[in-house]
Design a binder for this molecule. Structure first.
Ligand code: GCU
Length: 356
């Protein structure tokens, strides 16, 4: 973040701290509400913003207005990495951050960030809903000042470019592809032969327009909500990552609030998760249709050659025993789902043919 922008952000936050609306306590006395600041990088049409509005409504109702939730979309309080830093200090209470951004704060997020670690949407969702896998990961950043509360679907990430169509990894040779500020994403694009260019989400449109980069990688919503499809007309479903966003909270907040207020935040986050996951598929399909109207072409390359290139990266990241333990749990779940689906398929066939 530029220094000027950073100062503006800090002034904005400092001013906001004094803006609490009045609410009545049990004995009828007027007292000012505790402001809960939530920052994210999407615009107001995005399912995550809509889910956060549900969170706001729930928390304010449940606490009879003792908590006043204020949502700041569009990276208004700074690019996501800076917003996470402000969440560590408590200047922002909650932030929606991509796993790519969180990787800089804790290694265990790195494993979830590995390309092609998830087999399918079913696998990805089951991992994210698995307390045993995600609980320790959410807690792992407590000492750094924040913890994970819940997750939001951010679809499947694919590569899109302004000029060249990507059908094989070879097509990426020499292209400058924007990635999140994540070492894993940088290594992934390098393994594919591209020149990885880390940059904040808010700078990607201009980067594409001014040919600072030749492409980027993201879900379909970026084409429309962030207008990347105005400039990048070739979107290839190489399916390298199913990467959620996490709603993180300042680690001290839940202890500072009353038990009822903390519970309202935890339950409100769960509600927002359910709302967003439910809304995602339709939003992605709508974005794809709108992108087609904008002239974006969608391609479906064979993903195997892309997967092959990731073997070394998987081997490198599983050398650390802690990361390997998470990796193995995620892969075991993938295999379990595969076996379950095969069994289902088998019993369906048997009931159709009458043969066991
Ligand atoms: C998606 C994701 C964001 C992320 C962005 C990016 O929009 O939902 O959390 O910041 O991609 O590529 O930076």
């Amino acid at each position: 973040m530029k220094i000027g922008k950073r100062i503006t952000t800090l002034i904005l936050i400092a001013t906001m701290s004094f803006v609490g609306v009045g609410c009545s306590s049990a004995n009828g006395e007027e007292k000012s509400a505790r402001v809960i600041r939530v920052a994210h990088g999407q615009n107001e049409d995005h399912p995550q913003h809509k889910a956060l509005l549900e969170f706001e409504k729930y928390v304010e109702e449940k606490t009879n207005g003792e908590l006043d939730v204020q949502i700041f979309p569009n990276e208004l309080l700074g690019a996501t990495s800076q917003a996470v830093e402000l969440c560590q200090t408590g200047a922002i209470d909650l932030v929606v951050a991509s796993l790519g951004n969180l990787e800089a704060f804790e290694d265990s997020y790195t494993v979830l960030n590995l390309p092609y670690i998830m087999d399918s949407k079913e696998h990805y969702h089951e991992v994210m809903n698995d307390e045993e896998i995600m609980g320790p990961i959410y807690e792992s950043t407590r000492e750094s000042g924040f913890i994970g509360l819940t997750w939001f679907d951010a679809g499947i990430r694919n590569i899109y470019t302004t000029k060249k169509v990507i059908n094989t990894p070879d097509d990426l040779k020499g292209l400058k592809i924007r990635v999140q500020t994540s070492p894993t994403n940088v290594k992934m694009l390098q393994a594919l032969g591209a020149s990885a260019t880390p940059m904040s989400f808010g700078e990607v449109y201009t980067g594409l327009q001014q040919s600072v980069i030749d492409g980027a990688e993201n879900n379909e919503l970026a084409l429309v909500n962030n207008k990347h499809g105005e400039v990048a007309k070739n979107y290839s479903y190489n399916m390298h990552a199913m990467l959620p966003d996490l709603l993180i909270v300042n680690a001290r907040l839940l202890d500072e609030l009353t038990p009822d207020q903390s519970q309202a935040i935890v339950d409100g986050a769960k509600l927002a998760n359910e709302f967003e996951v439910e809304a995602w598929e339709e939003a992605a399909a709508e974005a794809k249709a709108k992108a087609e109207e904008m002239g974006v072409n969608f391609y479906y390359p064979d993903i195997k050659p892309f997967q092959e290139k990731m073997k070394d990266l998987h081997a490198e990241y599983t050398q650390d025993p802690d990361m390997k333990a998470i990796f193995d749990k995620i892969r075991a779940k993938g295999d379990e789902i595969l076996a379950r689906n095969e069994k289902k398929e088998h019993s369906k066939e048997s009931s159709e043919t009458g043969v066991n």
